[in-house]
Design a protein around this ligand. Sequence first.
Ligand SMILES: Cc1cc2nc3c(=O)[nH]c(=O)nc-3n(C[C@H](O)[C@H](O)[C@H](O)COP(=O)(O)OP(=O)(O)OC[C@H]3O[C@@H](n4cnc5c(N)ncnc54)[C@H](O)[C@@H]3O)c2cc1C
Ligand code: FES
Length: 324
Amino acid sequence: MAIIRRGDATVRALEGETVLDALARIGAAPPSSCRAGACQSCILRARVGTPPPEAQLGLRESLRRRGYFLSCRAHATEDLEIDDGDELRIAAKLVGLARLSHDVLQVRVLPERTLDHRAGQYVTLMRADGLSRSYSIASASDVEELELHVRVVPGGAMSQWLAYQASVGDVVALRGPAGDCFYSPGRPEQPLLLAGTGTGAAPLLGFVRDALRHGHTGRIVLAHGARVPAGLYLDAELSHLADVHDNLEFHRVVLDGAGVEGVEVGSLDAVLTSLVAAPKGWRIVLCGDPVVVQSMRRRMFLAGASMSDIRADAFVPSAAATGS
Ligand SMILES: Cc1cc2nc3c(=O)[nH]c(=O)nc-3n(C[C@H](O)[C@H](O)[C@H](O)COP(=O)(O)OP(=O)(O)OC[C@H]3O[C@@H](n4cnc5c(N)ncnc54)[C@H](O)[C@@H]3O)c2cc1C
Ligand code: FES
């Protein structure tokens, strides 16, 4: 079995154990959240030894080359000496905390150095004690200050801290950006379908801001899903954008809202196929609840969309066992 060294800590991985689990067993785990390869908060760097390729899936080539890997996906096949790769950590400051709705916060973060990000990607937000969670970028790519939308989760370590304890001026850190849910200029006429549930609207807002800024001329269909109409926390902003841009349609979709004017009732994945029945050739971006994202991806593919045209970020929550 492989031996893993992180600083002063050394552990022999057990059969079937990930690097993250092996380190957790001796109290030397790095921060983590989803434990499913979706959030990149558990990233480490192998200084000696080669991390398994499946633990590098989804990482940028430049990170893979330097030995970075996701410790929650790594079943080490050889001895590894690892460090935290502090070069990826960017000091930052909270510069704005405001409510967008009863359970969604707008968090504005100013990195100390320029982050080479694109709207719609996600960053890992790190508290001073290492608590780390990923959030998508709602601000346009040319804005240095990042706008994040954070749903306040009952008992949520990061979201409760942001909602009730954090203050403007607090020092945090960022890692990233990561993810490919961003607008790529070059095909201004291509139709775009953007769909998200809950705070999955944040990357879509960033995406659409960029598309409009670049003068996108093709049809843009943006659908936001929530349980009830009060969950459509970007209603005013997205309605306004749709009012002033003829090529942008905004659809509000709720599970429970019969009789409310201007909303479509149903699950977002089912409604999507009625909004765009033949998505072949469309660029599709799907964000938010992992189950809905997976279902939307499947439905769009079965309706004719090419997998290479579909970009998705599933907001996989932290695994219950994760302490940090
Ligand atoms: C790529 C990516 C992008 C993300 N972008 C955003 C974003 O833009 N905005 C945003 O608000 N969140 C986003 N998330 C989710 C975010 O990273 C956190 O998981 C979330 O904010 C909860 O963190 P917390 O510390 O407040 O709660 P935790 O302490 O992590 O969770 C407390 C408990 O609630 C459960 N829980 C947490 N969230 C949910 C949920 N949604 N549904 C069901 N159970 C849940 C946990 O499993 C845990 O048992 C994203 C996740 C990923 C992987
Ligand atoms: S990617 Fe490893 S904890 Fe999320």
